[in-house]
Design a protein around this ligand. Structure first.
Ligand SMILES: Nc1nc2c(c(=O)[nH]1)N[C@H]1C(S)=C(S)[C@@H](COP(=O)(O)OP(=O)(O)OC[C@H]3O[C@@H](n4cnc5c(=O)[nH]c(N)nc54)[C@H](O)[C@@H]3O)O[C@H]1N2
Ligand SMILES: Nc1nc2c(c(=O)[nH]1)N[C@H]1C(S)=C(S)[C@@H](COP(=O)(O)OP(=O)(O)OC[C@H]3O[C@@H](n4cnc5c(=O)[nH]c(N)nc54)[C@H](O)[C@@H]3O)O[C@H]1N2
Ligand code: SF4
Ligand SMILES: [Mo]
Length: 758
């Protein structure tokens, strides 16, 4: 036998493959030489404007299109949010568009709910059937409030629009009650201003920064990371308070590994320290704040030594960081984080955080918080709606209170809890609870548009029960996610690269602006844009007069007309900047003899809240302990992966190649004690006996011994999406408990505990 080595084989096969690639064989069997294809950048490309929807930061995008395909996405250099850059998730938007798992046609269920059996349908049939079902539910159960509309995409507003026009207050999504509700309400109560989408922190002038949780670097909002890193390169000092040595902690001068759930004690101790050492901004407080004496009285016992026992942090360290905050004020800042629904005492924790900032005199000052300016854009003129705004909750939030001075979403006292309204968007877990209990009235229909009901709402078993209890459930999505495969009708939406959306107004320090999205390519398969789906459904529900435009181009032209612009202008320019509206600092008001824009009823920063006092909700934050972990269990903490968004990107081929499963972080000493080794697969069991999918152990000194941590968004059960199916474990599946914050109603999810099963 000739000596035929593996090396020869490789040589041979490379040659053969090469020859095949360049010759090709015609049908007649005659070899033909083909030219090498051009790379896309050698072809003629067209640029289409968009804003990224791989997360909600809305970075401005330029899509390069060639031969009818999106070849590459770039950050739009003119766009203040992207500043010419996209994060890995943003770049992987191309793969979301070309993900082979996408929903392709309307589907109608032919099995039981949860069974996942479907037949294909035409749009006409699916929409007619949906409208008929929804009208039937409204008639049978006393009105449109028996139908809930949950959403979390840029198309969601079109569905909330149907809810408002028809008269259902139960419309909204996870962004408030499972994310930033407590922060927004606490900020409005204290400063009379929301924080808003993009945190108005004056990073470029900050000299001393304290992050609480807030894991910037893993939480990868593009410009937030740049601005934060910019502050550090300018020499700002950094302290990070986190039970885990996060990426941000890795950049910090001080890491404060706090006992989870005790942050309010730490914040109160810093408030106490500033006041008791006379190190707060007395002049600022005298001019702009109310309730200082009451605050002082309320925090007298909250010394650093007291907080040390509760937080498990060294009292000396608490004092050192507190003194740093005082030394650099007003250029020192404690930014709020975004996902603030933690432990069920969240509004008061955030109130303490904002009060601390007020004592530093940093709101409206360089290096602290700036006054964010909103761009101006006229609304589309609709006929009067049945409800003013179902999405935001007008009546939905403040309904039963008899007080128009509380920010929307603040819970009324128990005895006044609204009978008519369920706080709509402001309370997704409560809407789901109502689907199970049928109290205060039945909710029998559901539209879920771009929100993952099995990955974003705690108590997954209850969510399943709620879905089983419905008469009709419509899912509008781009992928066959697990919750989607429970719907009676599934409608495939286009991705953001194939659709127009409404104009996006973006607040800012120097440049409030309006962003524009146009389709880069034609919709793939039979997918349709959200605005079209809502219009077609609205018309079938007899609400045609609320969709008076022929198409979205007409709608956009009318809105742009309020600025003297039109669609053609946006297609050429991609955005409109309005720098003239910017007034970031107090001096911009005071120098002109104007009142500072603290929109509280008193016009001042409210350190002591009479409004909360009036409703027995605690006028000044006090420390309330959180639940303790049962013996042998660890508190379950969670956060973000820098290369994934929630549970929506695990099937994205580019992103899953970088990270395709999560791991459970456990302190190395504890891992040794339990005999667990790095990389070993385990199952987690929570306090209610619920078990996770298998998950890898990450044994590390970078976390306290009393808790474990995992990245959110993995652990799918989706046979239709093989890339993500059964990879890693789901945090939500282990969060069968949650605690509602009495003021904002946000659902604290870090009240669950797990043990290891090997
Ligand atoms: N790459 C990427 N970036 C994202 C997202 C994404 O999906 N992917 N999602 C975006 C969205 S919508 C949001 S809301 C944000 C969320 O991001 P953040 O607002 O930063 O959320 P946190 O809850 O602070 O993040 C978790 C951190 O809190 C720590 N932690 C847990 N318990 C405690 C505690 O009791 N005290 C303290 N001090 N720390 C604690 C955890 O260890 C972890 O480091 O991220 C945004 N950015
Ligand atoms: N346990 C736990 N729960 C959490 C969190 C957590 O960290 N841990 N985070 C909370 C936070 S901060 C937030 S903001 C929420 C996020 O909550 P969600 O936004 O509900 O979370 P996602 O997992 O991103 O689900 C998005 C859904 O939209 C679909 N989708 C994506 N793009 C489009 C589109 O263009 N059109 C349509 N129609 N559908 C689309 C996806 O396929 C997916 O089904 O979750 C909250 N819940
Ligand atoms: S931060 Fe990343 S994912 Fe989010 S909008 Fe910007 S580019 Fe897209
Ligand atoms: Mo969020």
């Amino acid at each position: 036998m000739p000596d035929f080595s593996r090396r020869d084989f490789l040589k041979l096969s490379a040659g053969t493959i090469g020859a095949l690639a360049f010759s090709g064989v015609s049908k007649l069997g005659t070899p033909q030489v083909r030219a090498a294809p051009n790379f896309w950048w050698q072809e003629e490309t067209t640029t289409k404007f968009n804003y990224c929807e791989m997360c909600y930061w809305s970075c401005g995008v330029k899509a390069e299109v060639t031969n009818g395909r999106v070849a590459k996405l770039y950050g739009n250099e003119e766009d203040p949010t992207s500043q010419g850059h996209l994060c890995p998730r943003g770049q992987a938007g191309v793969q979301q568009l070309y993900n082979p798992d996408r929903l392709k046609k309307p589907l109608i269920s032919v099995g039981d709910r949860g069974e996942g059996k479907y037949r294909e349908a035409t749009w006409e049939e699916a929409l007619d059937y949906t409208a008929e079902q929804l009208k039937g539910i409204s008639e049978e159960y006393g009105g449109p409030e028996s139908i809930a509309w949950l959403n979390h995409t840029s198309s969601g507003a079109w569905f909330s629009h149907i809810a408002a026009a028809w008269g259902s207050p139960n419309s909204g999504g996870p962004a408030h009650s499972l994310c930033l509700g407590a922060r927004e309400i606490a900020s409005k109560l204290t400063f009379g201003r929301p924080v808003g989408e993009h945190m108005p922190i004056d990073w470029e002038n900050s000299e001393f920064i304290v992050l609480i949780g807030n894991h910037i670097g893993e939480n990868t909002h593009n410009t937030l990371m740049n601005d934060f890193m910019g502050a550090l390169s300018n020499g700002a000092k950094l302290a990070v308070v986190d039970p885990r040595y996060s990426t941000a902690a890795g950049k910090a001068d001080w890491w404060l590994p706090i006992k989870p759930g005790t942050d309010t004690a730490l914040l109160l101790a810093w408030i106490n320290l500033l006041i008791s050492t006379n190190n707060y901004d007395q002049d600022y407080i005298d001019k702009y704040a109310l309730g200082f004496e009451e605050l002082k009285e309320a925090v007298t016992d909250y010394t650093p030594e007291w907080a040390s026992k509760i937080t498990d942090l060294d009292a000396g360290l608490i004092r050192r960081v507190g003194r740093g905050l005082a030394r650099y004020r007003p250029h020192s800042v404690v930014p709020p984080n975004r996902h603030t629904s933690w432990y069920g005492n969240d509004t008061q924790r955030l109130r303490a955080l904002f009060i601390l900032n007020a004592l530093l005199g940093n709101y409206g000052r360089e290096g602290g918080f700036y006054f964010a300016a909103a761009p101006w854009l006229g609304d589309y003129k609709y006929p009067p709606m049945k409800l003013e705004s179902a999405g935001g909750g007008c009546g939905a939030g403040g309904g039963g209170l008899g007080s128009d001075t509380l920010p929307e979403g603040v819970r009324p006292r128990a005895d006044e809890k609204g009978k008519k309204f369920l706080y709509g968007s402001l309370a997704e877990p409560e809407v789901i609870e109502a689907m199970v209990t049928e109290k205060p009235y039945p909710i029998k229909g559901l539209i879920a548009d771009g929100t993952n009901l099995f990955h974003s709402v705690p108590d997954k078993e209850r969510t399943k029960k709620a879905l089983r209890n419905l008469d009709f459930y419509l899912a509008v999505d781009i992928l066959p996610q697990e919750h989607v495969m429970w719907a009676d009708v599934i409608l495939p939406e286009t991705t953001y690269l194939e659709r127009y959306s409404d104009l996006k107004t973006i607040h800012g320090k120097d440049t409030p602006y309006i962003s524009f999205r146009e389709p880069a390519v034609k919709p793939m398969y039979e997918s349709k844009p959200g605005w079209w789906i809502a219009k077609e459904l609205g018309e079938r529900l007899g609400l045609g007069k609320y969709f008076p435009f022929e198409n979205i181009e007409e709608y956009l032209d009318e809105r742009l007309g309020t600025l003297g612009l039109d669609l053609e202008y946006m297609k050429e320019n991609g955005l409109v900047k309005q720098p003239q509206l910017s007034k970031p600092y107090l001096t911009d008001y005071v120098s002109k003899g104007q009142k500072p824009p603290f929109n509280t009823p008193s016009g001042k920063i409210e350190l002591y809240s009479e409004r909360l006092e009036e409703h027995d909700l605690g006028p000044v934050p006090q420390y309330e302990p959180v639940n303790d972990s049962p013996d042998g269990y660890f508190r379950l903490l969670y956060g973000r992966s820098p290369v994934h968004s929630f549970s929506r990107t695990q099937s994205n081929r580019w992103l899953s190649e970088i990270e395709d499963e999560n791991a459970v972080w456990i302190n190395a000493n504890t891992a040794n004690r339990l005999g667990l080794s790095e990389g070993q697969y385990v199952v987690l069991e929570n306090q209610d006996g619920i078990r996770s999918n298998r998950i890898k152990v990450k044994s590390t000194q970078r976390i306290r011994e009393d808790c474990v941590y995992m990245v959110h968004g993995f652990g799918h059960n989706t046979p239709e999406m093989p890339i993500q199916d059964k990879k890693g474990a789901s945090d939500i599946a282990l969060e069968s408990e949650y605690k509602l914050d009495p003021i904002s109603g946000v659902a604290g999810m870090r009240v669950n505990f797990v043990k290891f099963i090997t």
